[in-house]
Design a protein around this ligand. Structure first.
Ligand SMILES: [Zn+2]
Length: 396
């Protein structure tokens, strides 16, 4: 049996949505009327009683408490805001009269058909066949049911754009678990236990793990960098890989912070990779993402897993570097961290061909949400995660 029709909530109370919903209801009624008539003929053929089906059909549409006529009153008319009440009321009234007329007609016809004698049935046999074919016919002129088409979420779109830039340079894509061990998230990235750099990443630990050795304790990864180690454990050099994904920190939500956000990590390891390669790669990537007039600036910084490390800023995409509110008059926007892979990190994967005396590499990481904020001119990161369709459909 086909799925039962239920009165849908209206998306809005404008004429178009109303008439679309009314047409959906009419199509459902047509289907059920055909089904009832067919049932009636079949009941007559086997001399089976049909009154229960007829009554069920009538109650389903006209029943006082839960009938569909009552439902459209509740779901469409009562829910309508005052300014639309009059228009909605008119349509609901027309529809109600139409349904009553058609249901009563269908009920009379079905009762009559279910009582046909074998000879009468033979007489209408040809009609019955015709009727059966008609009921199976697909009326392609009926209005369709429009389903809203989804769209890429702006953060996912930014992630995909960033990944595409690096793919075009020959990078492959890697992913890793969001629930990570202390070893991969910290130890193997040269954050020893009690290292102060751990304090810069306010970490969410899984509770109740005191009995485990510290390096095996589980946490929500605070960066995508653990996938660097996981990738190097699996693949021998040379590698070039980008790692998009979700990360978590115990940050209070505000316009620029969210306890969950997205990073894209990059890692290139080979013989003779230099800081020049890092600069050239990121300069090209920033131009590909923000336009060819964008300049990049590298300033010394510190990360435990790279040495030397740098903070990369791009010339402000809003004022071109002259100074504006977004860049706090400085002309530059800090966007990512990077550096040459620390030899201590290679020591953790030395057995897989990463002898720090033979290979070198660089790594970088950027916040995809922050890049989406800049690219799409959004001023509050919370908007990305509140699921408000009015905001999200602007990106469709
Ligand atoms: Zn600016």
């Amino acid at each position: 049996m086909a799925e039962e029709y239920a009165v849908p909530k209206l998306e809005n109370f404008l004429a178009e949505a109303l008439s679309e919903s009314a047409n959906g209801l009419r199509a459902a009624l047509n289907r059920e009327v055909s089904r009832l008539a067919l049932g009636a003929f079949q009941a007559a053929k086997c001399k089976a009683p049909f009154e229960i089906e007829v009554k069920a059909f009538r109650d389903r549409w006209l029943g006082r408490k839960t009938g569909i006529v009552t439902q459209i009153n509740e779901v469409w008319l009562r829910a309508a805001p005052d300014e639309h009440k009059k228009a909605v009321g008119q349509i609901v009234n027309e529809l109600r009269a139409e349904i009553q007329r058609e249901v009563n007609e269908a009920v009379d016809e079905a009762r009559a058909a279910s009582l046909l004698t074998p000879s009468e049935l033979r007489e209408v046999g040809a009609d019955f066949r015709q009727f059966f074919l008609e009921s199976q016919r697909l009326d392609i002129t009926l209005p369709g049911i429009r389903r809203p088409i989804g769209a890429e979420h702006p953060v996912i779109r930014a992630l995909n754009e960033i990944v595409a830039v690096f793919k075009a340079m020959g990078y492959s894509v890697s992913e890793g678990p969001e629930i990570e061990t202390d070893y991969y998230n910290f130890v193997a990235l040269n954050f020893p236990p009690n290292h102060p750099a751990r304090d810069t990443q306010d970490t969410l630990f899984i509770a109740g793990q005191q009995s485990k050795p510290p390096r095996d304790r589980l946490l929500l990864r605070t960066h995508t960098s653990p996938v660097q180690i996981r990738t190097m454990e699996k693949l021998a050099p040379p590698i070039r890989v980008v790692i998009p994904g979700k990360v978590h920190r115990n940050d209070a939500p505000d316009a620029s912070h969210s306890p969950m956000f997205h990073q894209v990590e990059g890692l290139a390891v080979d013989t003779n990779i230099t800081f020049c390669d890092l600069k050239g790669t990121l300069d090209h990537a920033m131009k590909a993402l923000f336009g060819s007039s964008v300049r990049t600036r590298f300033q010394p910084s510190f990360f435990p897993f790279t040495e030397p490390s740098a903070e990369v800023a791009i010339s402000c995409i809003f004022c071109g570097g002259k100074g504006c509110r977004t860049c706090k008059q400085g002309g530059w926007i800090e966007l990512l961290g990077c550096g040459m892979v620390d030899p201590n990190v290679f020591e953790f994967v030395r057995n897989n061909g990463y002898d720090p005396a033979k290979v070198s590499g660089f790594a970088f990481g950027m916040g995809a949400d922050r890049i989406a904020l800049l690219k799409y001119g959004v001023d509050d990161i919370q908007l990305f995660f509140q699921g408000d369709v009015r905001f999200l459909e602007q990106f469709a």
